[in-house]
Design a protein around this ligand. Structure first.
Ligand code: B12
Ligand code: SF4
Ligand code: SF4
Length: 369
C-alpha cells in the first residue's frame, strides 16, 4: 500500500472514532461464499420462518458486487448502544435496548462521515446498514471488529454483543484488517438463556422460535410462544443479557432498558403508536401489529388494573386485536384466579360474529374450563 493510502486509512479511522464509532475495520469486498451457503441451508431447513431480509436473495446479500459493482473494500463500523443499560423491570412492558431510541441514526451518521472522508479523497463510497442487500455480521467478522458468538451475534471486546453494525462500500485502496482470533471458548451461557430454545445449536438460530421474529412480523403471534413473550413489546435481549463479554454494560439506568407502560401505550391511537415508534420495523406500518404485541404483553404482566382495558380490547374493531384479547382475557383470568373468566368469555362469544375470533374465544374457554 502506498503512503497516501495509509494516510487515508488513518484519517478515515480517526474520523470514525471522532464521530462516535466503537469499532472500525476494513475487509475486502470479495463474496461471502460460505455465508451464502449457510443462509441457503437455513432457508432449506425452514429456519428463517416468516422472515425475508437476507433470506430472500442470499446470493445478492453475500456478494457485495451485486449492489456495489465498483467496490473493492468494505469499511465495517460498530457502535455500542447501551452505555448504561440494566435488567428490565419484569412487571412492565419491555423494549429491547437496540430499539429504545433510533440507535441506527447515530451509526448511519458515523458511516456518512466515513463516506464523506473517502469521497473527499476522490473515491466512491456508499454507507449501508441493516439492509437485506448485505450480511452486516459477516462484514464485521472479516474486518476484524468482532467474532461470531454462539448466540449468532458478533461480539466485540469491551461491548460484547451490544453493538450495531454498518458498512461503507468503497473503491479506495485501503488495507484489509486481520480477522480476530477469538471465540466463545467453553462458554455456552446464551443457549439455555433463550426462553424458547430458539438457539438450536451454537451459532444456529431457529427464527420460528425467536421472539424477536414474531414481534416484528405480520399475522397472529404463535399461541405456543405467547406466554414466553412475557412483557416484550419489541425485540428480545435475553441471549445478549446472558453473555459475559459486555456484561459490565448491563447495570444501571432503567431508562435505557426499555421498560414501558403498556396501558398508557394502549390508550394511544394507531397513528400515535406508529409516530412514537417511527424507528421500529412494523409490518406495512400498520399500528394494529404494535397493539397486538401490547395486548399479549399486558396479558402476561398486567395486574388487576389490566382487566378493564383487556375487556375493552376484546371489543376492538380489529379482528386481529379481538383474537389476541380473547387469549388475553383467558390468560389474565388464569393469572389472577378470576372466577368470572368463563362467563366473560361466554358473553364475548355470544356477541361475536367473526369466525376466527369465535375460534379464539372457544380456545380461551377451553383453556379456562
Ligand atoms: C434477519 C435478522 C434478524 C432475524 C434473524 C436473526 C439471525 N440470527 O439471523 C431476527 C428478527 C430474529 C433478528 C433478531 C435480532 N437482531 Co437482527 N438482523 C437480521 C439481519 C437483517 C440479517 C441477519 C442474517 O443475515 N441472518 C442470516 C443467518 C444465516 O446469519 P446468522 O444467524 O448471523 O448466522 C451466521 C453464524 O451462525 C455464522 N458463523 C459463521 N462462522 C461461525 C463460527 C462460529 C464459532 C459460530 C458460533 C457462528 C459462525 O454463520 C452464519 C452465516 O454467516 C441483520 C442485518 C443485516 N443486513 O445483516 C440484523 C442484525 C443481525 N440484527 C441485529 C440485532 C441487534 C438483533 C437483535 C439483538 C435485536 C433484538 N434485541 O431483538 C436480535 C438478536 C437475535 C439473535 N440472537 O440473532 C444486529 C446484530 C449486531 C451484532 N453485534 O451482531 C444486525 C447485524 C443489524 C445491524 N446492522 O446492526 N435479526
Ligand atoms: S432474541 Fe430472545 S428469543 Fe431470540 S434467540 Fe435470543 S433469547 Fe431467544
Ligand atoms: S453467552 Fe457465551 S457462548 Fe453465548 S455468545 Fe456470549 S460468550 Fe459466546
Amino acid at each position: 500500500m502506498t503512503e497516501t493510502d495509509a494516510h487515508l486509512q488513518q484519517r478515515v479511522t480517526a474520523a470514525a472514532i471522532a464521530a462516535g464509532a466503537d469499532a472500525i475495520g476494513v475487509a475486502s469486498a470479495d463474496p461471502f461464499g460460505e455465508v451464502e451457503n449457510t443462509i441457503r441451508d437455513r432457508v432449506a431447513d425452514g429456519l428463517n420462518g416468516p422472515l425475508r431480509f437476507t433470506y430472500d436473495d442470499p446470493a445478492a446479500a453475500s456478494n457485495p458486487s451485486a449492489t456495489f459493482p465498483w467496490a473493492t473494500r468494505l469499511v465495517a463500523l460498530g457502535r455500542s448502544y447501551v452505555p448504561e443499560a440494566g435488567p428490565a423491570d419484569p412487571r412492565g412492558g419491555r423494549v429491547a435496548r437496540f430499539a429504545t431510541s433510533d440507535h441506527y441514526a447515530p451509526l448511519l451518521a458515523i458511516a456518512g462521515t466515513v463516506a464523506d472522508e473517502l469521497r473527499a479523497a476522490g473515491y466512491r463510497a456508499e454507507p449501508i446498514a441493516d439492509d437485506p442487500r448485505l450480511v452486516d455480521r459477516a462484514v464485521a467478522v472479516r474486518a476484524g471488529i468482532g467474532w461470531w458468538g454462539k448466540n449468532t451475534m458478533v461480539l466485540a471486546p469491551k461491548v460484547g454483543p451490544w453493538m450495531l453494525l454498518a458498512a461503507v462500500a468503497t473503491d479506495a485502496p485501503l488495507a484489509p484488517d486481520e480477522q480476530m482470533r477469538r471465540d466463545c471458548g467453553t462458554c455456552d451461557a446464551c443457549l439455555p438463556a433463550c426462553p424458547t430454545g430458539a438457539l438450536v445449536a451454537p451459532g444456529v438460530l431457529d427464527a420460528r422460535r425467536c421472539l424477536a421474529t414474531w414481534l416484528q412480523s405480520p399475522g397472529d403471534l404463535p399461541l405456543d410462544l405467547r406466554e414466553a413473550m412475557g412483557g416484550r413489546v419489541y425485540g428480545c435481549d435475553d441471549c445478549l443479557e446472558a453473555c459475559p463479554p459486555g456484561s459490565r454494560l448491563a447495570a444501571g439506568d432503567p431508562e435505557v432498558t426499555g421498560s414501558t407502560d403498556l396501558i398508557a401505550l394502549l390508550e394511544l391511537s394507531d397513528e400515535e403508536l406508529l409516530e412514537r415508534h417511527a424507528h421500529w420495523y412494523v409490518p406495512r406500518r400498520e399500528g394494529r401489529y404494535l397493539r397486538r404485541n401490547l395486548v399479549v404483553a399486558l396479558a402476561n404482566t398486567g395486574g388487576a388494573e389490566a382487566w378493564a382495558p383487556m375487556l375493552e380490547l376484546a371489543g376492538h374493531p380489529s379482528a386481529l386485536i379481538r383474537r389476541h384479547a380473547a387469549w388475553g382475557v383467558g390468560r389474565l383470568g388464569e393469572r389472577h384466579g378470576r372466577q368470572d373468566t368463563t362467563s366473560v368469555l361466554e358473553a364475548l362469544l355470544d356477541s361475536e360474529g367473526v369466525a376466527d375470533v369465535r375460534e379464539a374465544l372457544e380456545d380461551a374457554l377451553g383453556s379456562a374450563g
